[in-house]
Write a protein that binds this ligand. Structure first.
Ligand SMILES: [Fe+2]
Ligand SMILES: [Fe+2]
Length: 246
């Protein structure tokens, strides 16, 4: 069993810094790894990224993260990523990492993802170039996630995104904004590999639990949803056994 802690949408700035650290110091007691599901900052500034670095750097467990849309707001996602890498975080965007967790290998494939919608109510690659760019961004993100998941050979495979791969975990959000909260294409990418667990954030008013059409458990770990420093999921090679909370 591998113990995966996860939280998203911590939206750190100087005012928030320090809120999570006491619980983070307890991570080794309950988790092998911490996943951060994007929206790490409020407005994507380097100063805010430095707050994230101080909050999530130097922990006793590996930290693997993707960025969220808020982390792009100041048009310097590369600088934000670099700041977090300097603090020891593994930053994913269409790639993956394999970690040794007590003799079992955990593969994490991560991508921010993008919108587009679900279940027949989706944006289509048609018409204006702006619309094609919108849909193309999602197609590229889902393709990158599919490739990253497919390239991994490990005991437990986890998908990490900011945007949602299924609508289940959006319940509570206005249905009108579902197309801006995620895309079924991410779910299809997750189902194309033997994924054990899919983690995402972004939907602050959504729900915690969902499942892909292929049966992969999906968990929305946005901080406003889980209302704790992180949730912990106990993951077996096949399938996810249970989830706990802390
Ligand atoms: Fe957020
Ligand atoms: Fe977000």
């Amino acid at each position: 069993m591998i113990r995966v802690a996860a939280v998203g949408d911590v939206h750190l700035d100087a005012d928030v810094q320090g809120r999570y650290r006491p619980a983070l110091e307890q991570l080794t007691e309950c988790a092998d790894v911490l996943l951060l599901a994007g929206d790490l900052t409020r407005h994507g500034t380097v100063a805010e990224a430095q707050c994230v670095a101080r909050e999530f750097g130097g922990l006793a467990v590996p930290v693997v993260a993707v960025l969220g849309n808020h982390d792009y707001q100041s048009d310097q996602p590369d600088a934000v990523r670099a700041t977090l890498r300097e603090a020891g975080l593994t930053m994913l965007e269409g790639d993956s990492v394999v970690l040794d967790c007590g003799g079992r290998s955990l593969g994490v494939a991560g991508v921010k993802g993008f919108g587009g919608g679900f279940g027949g109510h989706t944006a289509s690659n048609f018409g204006e170039p702006e619309m094609k760019a919108f849909v193309g961004t999602t197609v590229a993100a889902a393709g990158a996630l599919r490739a990253a998941l497919g390239a991994l050979d490990c005991d437990v495979l986890v998908a990490l995104t900011h945007y949602a791969p299924v609508p289940d975990t959006l319940v509570g959000e206005p249905v009108e904004i579902y197309p801006f909260l995620g895309s079924y294409l991410l779910g299809e990418a997750i189902d194309a590999a033997p994924t054990a667990l899919a983690i995402h954030g972004h939907a602050h008013a959504g729900s915690e639990r969902g499942t892909t059409p292929g049966g992969v458990p999906v968990r929305n770990v946005a901080h406003p949803v889980i209302r704790q420093a992180y949730s912990v999921f106990h993951v077996e090679p096949q399938p996810v056994a249970a989830s706990g909370a802390r």
